[in-house]
Design a protein around this ligand. Structure first.
Ligand SMILES: Nc1ncnc2c1ncn2[C@@H]1O[C@H](COP(=O)(O)OP(=O)(O)OP(=O)(O)O)[C@@H](O)[C@H]1O
Ligand SMILES: [Mg+2]
Length: 252
């Protein structure tokens, strides 16, 4: 069998050419990075968890009619997705103040926001993905007015879905980031949810204890990242039997 072609190696995933035209294989790595890759580590098992969790969320979105790139999971670390042209924006939805927004506006982390707030960052690692306004997006032609309406609607639908799913397992969806892809169907183009939805791209707090179950555990050195992600997977019933990373226990 011919060796498949690597298309792109990112910080958390590697993309390979898929078996059919218009498809891509996403390989989820164990690499964790934060603060624009200034902090980095390899967290054993993270890729497997994110692959399974992203599959779970994308499938849920498909069930409620939110278009996304997921086709099928191939194995523990890989999934087949629809190839798209990524809109160069990180679309962030916030329900509670946290992270950069809490800092920027001097709001205490965890403060509920009056309504979900959508922010856009221009995807450019060299610039540290700067926050931009719709004025910048329109003026520089990163997305059209129609695209922006579609993106907003996708982002809010993902927020409704994800908040509900998380609420059901005692987790507060503080905020999350998605990427949007453009696909062409004949003469038409359509925007779909792409990239990944996982604890790498969300802030998830336990509703009772406030315990962080997302990448902040890594960013802020709060303990084991795989324990946190495994807990999310366990609550959602995502980890298959026998695949849960087990720690050895002493039996007397
Ligand atoms: N369906 C898709 N089609 C094409 N590209 C995709 C698709 N889904 C995600 N991508 C892109 O694949 C890459 C995934 O790799 P990874 O998440 O590791 O990147 P990254 O290091 O975060 O870099 P980037 O700044 O490009 O997001 C991203 O560039 C993302 O935009
Ligand atoms: Mg990424």
């Amino acid at each position: 069998m011919a060796r498949r072609k690597k298309i792109y190696e990112g910080k958390a995933k590697t993309l390979f050419e898929g078996p059919e035209p218009g498809t891509i294989v996403q390989y989820f790595k164990d690499d964790a990075t934060a603060f624009n890759a200034e902090k980095r580590d390899v967290i054993e098992g993270k890729g497997v968890l994110n692959n399974m969790l992203s599959e779970y969320f994308m499938n849920g979105l498909t069930q409620i009619g939110v278009p996304n790139h997921f086709i099928r999971r191939l194995n523990m670390r890989e999934q087949l997705v629809r190839a798209c042209e990524i809109v160069p924006l990180e679309v962030i939805v916030r329900n509670f103040a946290a992270g950069s927004m809490a800092k920027r506006l001097g709001i205490e982390e965890g403060t509920p926001l009056p309504r979900p707030i959508v922010e856009y960052c221009y995807k450019d690692d060299a610039l540290g993905d700067p926050l931009v306004s719709e004025e910048h997006i329109a003026a520089f032609g990163w997305a059209s007015q129609q695209d922006m309406e579609d993106i907003l609607s996708l982002a809010l639908r993902v927020n409704d879905f994800l908040s509900g799913v998380m609420f059901g397992v005692g987790i507060k969806l503080v905020d999350f980031k998605i990427e949007i892809g453009r696909v062409y169907e004949g003469d038409y183009q359509r925007l779909i949810v792409a990239d990944e939805i996982s604890p790498d791209s969300c802030r998830l707090w336990d509703m009772e204890t406030g315990q962080k179950l997302d990448k902040d555990v890594f960013r802020r050195d709060l303990g084991s990242l795989t324990d946190a992600y495994s807990e999310v997977a366990r609550r959602l019933g995502v980890m298959p039997k026998g695949a849960t990373p087990m720690k050895p226990t002493l039996i007397n």
